[in-house]
Each structure stands twice: as structure tokens, then as C-alpha cells.
Design a binder for this molecule. Structure first.
Ligand SMILES: Cc1ncc(COP(=O)(O)O)c(C=O)c1O
Length: 384
């Protein structure tokens, strides 16, 4: 199996699995209990928080552990908008559904939501953010929500410039940094007032993530319950997941160096798929402009439905995605590529996202598999 779907999730590191197995045996207590078993569990949770805070370059006291980035994005977006809601949220249709759906819900509650223009390159223009804020009610809460790296195209957003404009316009900035953390340097999210993280994108376990905030910008709890996470996120914290998170966060500190090497492999994949498509007489177009994360390739293959192409590659032992993982399994074409380039282009889009484990041999095999699939289809359609 050749796994080219790192943006959907990453395989847990061996060391993560080992740490979780150890914690499941030795640290299964309730982290809120005061006895020895509780303290052992609590120790795993606090060690995870410290390792993650170091990775994010934040203070551990400003890191709230959550069930993942979906919850962290919900917390980050809902924080500034008290009930009854008012104020302005500036965001775009390039965002992950855990941002877009919250923005739509906020619009229903009376928040003025400004959807930023999206061009074919998939990059947000900081001047558009400035224009959106210039029209905002300065007496109410203002928030800009832009992701660091797009989950479908890998396009890297100009977060430093957006932060400057957002702050000059009196807004806070929420950054969904899920696809950047452990892959790109911290400068990609350094200016965020709140930022969302998910452990399973960096070789850690699923079901654990975090919202990191600037001091004084703690989230408003979505749940009511106990005093866990200082009451900001009630519910028993899982020490086993925390043990995995700690190991993954430490390993991810050097992730950007390992990911930079993937640009050459990704470019070889793009060239190989392009040549195979050309041999079959099929047009292949790249989706998303530069700068782009080194490990992501998003292309549209004319005449193909992206989900059918992904299924054919799966039969060849190559895992890619048509749209993002959360959209997979639904007939919806990628909303991100639709916003950039229209629905037809989105229907024929597939995404390959490489990981630290990817090798030149795997890329060569993925090129050969793609070549067989498109050649076979061309032959079939010529025969019928
Ligand atoms: C950019 C981005 N944000 C948020 C999420 C949500 O993460 P989770 O499903 O772990 O809550 C994802 C997951 O794919 C993502 O890619």
C-alpha cells in the first residue's frame, strides 16, 4: 500500500504507539484524582501540554487540550462573539468545514460574516482583509479566521501580512494551523491570537488536539461540566492520548526539515502524472498557486471524476483523496477547488499528500499506477 494521503491523517509513529501502550498500562487513572494513579495520569497530560506548547512556541498555560481541531476551531471562532451575537467575522470558503460551518452558524445568529474573495491561485490577499475590516462596526467584536496551509491544495497563506492588517483593523486573528504544524516553521502561525491543532496530522493519535491562545484570550467553554482544563474544556482528559501527543509533538519539532525534502518527490510525482496524462491524450492541470507546502499535489484530470480516479488508484494500491477526507464519501466536489476554479475543475480533482515515510520508489510506483489507470481508461473508451 502506498499512502499518499498525509493531509487526511498520518500513521502513528512507532514511538507513539509504544508510549500509548505504556500509558494504557501504567497511567490509566483519572488525571483529576489526587492519588498516585491520578497523579501518574496527570503527569502524562501535563507533559503533553508542555511538549505541544514548545512546538507551537506558546506558554503551556495558554494551551487547552480538545478532542481535535474541529473543536479547537469551534472554540476559536465562537470566543469573541458573546450572546446575543454581534460583530464581524472575516473568513473565506477556502477554510476547513470546521470553520466554514461555524461561520455560517454565526451568520444565522446575527454576526456579520464577510467572505473574502478567492482567486484561482487559492491565496488570500491581505488587502481584501483590510477592506473587509474597514467596513466593520468598530464598536463590536471583530475576528479574522484564515488557515495557515490549505488542506486540499497546500497553498500557504500570508499569515504575517494578514495578522498585521487584522490587528491594525482592531481584529483578532484565528489561525487553523493544522496542516502547517510539524511541516512548516512556526513563522507560519506565529502572529495568531488563537490557533488550532490536531495531533493525528503529526504522527500522533486521533481524538486529541488543542486551542492555543495569547494570554488573556482564553476560549469561552462550549461544554458545561467539571473543572478540567481550568473549566475551559470540561471532561476527563485522556492520559493515553496525551502520552502519544507528547511523543509526536517532540518529534514534530524537527518536522519542517524532514518535510522540505518532500518538494523534490512531489515535483517528480507531478511531472510523472503529467507525462502519463499527456501520453493518454488527457489534460492535467495543477490546482493552487505558490507558495505551496512541499508535500501536497492537487491536480484536475480532464474527463475523470476525481472520486473514480481515486478509486482506480486505490485498486492499484495507491491511497490518494478526491477532495478532503471529511468530504470523501459524499458526492460533493471539493468546496475549496470549487471556490478557486469552479465546480467542473473540482469534480475532476485529486489530492496526493506525501509524508515523512514517502520514498522515491513509492513515487515511481504511484506514477506507474496512474499511467496504467489513465491508459486503460483511454483504451476502454476507444474500444467502446
Ligand atoms: C485544516 C484542517 N482543519 C481542521 C481539521 C479538523 O481536524 P479533526 O478532524 O482532527 O478535528 C482538519 C482535518 O482534516 C484540517 O485539515
Amino acid at each position: 500500500m502506498i499512502y499518499l494521503d498525509a493531509n487526511a491523517t498520518t500513521p502513528p509513529l512507532e514511538e507513539v504507539v509504544a508510549a500509548m501502550a505504556e500509558a494504557a498500562r501504567e497511567a490509566w487513572g483519572n488525571p483529576a484524582s489526587l492519588h498516585a494513579l491520578g497523579r501518574a495520569a496527570r503527569d502524562r497530560v501535563e507533559r503533553a501540554r508542555e511538549a505541544l506548547a514548545a512546538l507551537l512556541e506558546r506558554d503551556p498555560r495558554d494551551v487547552v487540550l480538545t478532542s481535535g481541531a474541529t473543536e479547537a476551531n469551534n472554540l476559536g471562532l465562537l470566543r469573541p462573539f458573546a450572546d446575543p451575537a454581534g460583530g464581524t467575522l472575516v473568513t473565506s470558503r477556502l477554510e476547513h468545514p470546521s470553520v466554514v460551518r461555524v461561520a455560517e452558524a454565526l451568520a444565522d445568529r446575527g454576526v456579520s460574516v464577510v467572505w473574502l474573495p478567492v482567486g484561482p491561485e487559492g491565496r488570500i490577499d491581505p488587502d481584501d482583509v483590510g477592506r473587509a475590516l474597514a467596513g466593520a462596526d468598530a464598536s463590536r467584536a471583530r475576528l479574522v479566521a484564515v488557515q495557515a496551509v490549505n488542506h486540499e491544495t497546500g497553498v500557504v497563506q500570508p499569515i504575517a501580512a494578514i495578522a498585521e492588517v487584522a490587528h491594525a483593523g482592531g481584529a483578532h486573528l484565528h489561525v487553523d494551523a493544522v496542516q502547517a504544524i510539524g511541516r512548516l516553521p512556526a513563522s507560519c502561525w506565529a502572529w495568531a491570537d488563537t490557533l488550532a491543532f490536531a495531533a493525528h496530522k503529526i504522527g500522533g493519535p486521533k481524538g486529541v488536539g488543542a486551542l492555543a491562545s495569547r494570554p488573556g484570550l482564553a476560549p469561552r467553554p462550549l461544554l458545561r461540566g467539571g473543572a478540567q482544563e481550568r473549566g475551559l474544556r470540561p471532561g476527563t482528559v485522556d492520559p493515553v492520548a496525551a502520552a502519544g501527543l507528547e511523543v509526536a509533538a517532540r518529534w514534530a519539532a524537527s518536522g519542517p526539515e524532514r518535510h522540505a525534502r518532500l518538494a523534490a518527490l512531489r515535483d517528480a510525482l507531478a511531472a510523472g502524472w503529467g507525462e502519463a496524462a499527456a501520453r493518454a491524450g488527457i489534460a492535467l492541470a495543477r490546482n493552487g498557486g505558490e507558495p505551496c507546502a512541499a508535500h501536497v499535489l492537487n491536480v484536475s484530470v480532464a474527463g475523470w471524476a476525481g472520486d473514480e480516479l481515486a478509486a482506480s488508484l486505490d485498486l492499484e494500491g495507491v491511497c490518494v483523496s478526491a477532495g478532503s477526507a471529511c468530504a470523501a464519501g459524499t458526492p460533493e466536489p471539493s468546496p475549496v477547488v470549487t471556490a478557486m476554479l469552479g465546480v467542473e475543475r473540482a469534480r475532476s480533482a485529486i489530492r496526493a499528500s506525501l509524508g515523512e515515510w514517502s520514498t522515491p520508489a513509492e513515487v515511481a510506483a504511484a506514477i506507474a499506477a496512474f499511467g496504467r489507470v489513465v491508459a486503460r481508461a483511454t483504451y476502454d473508451s476507444a474500444a467502446s
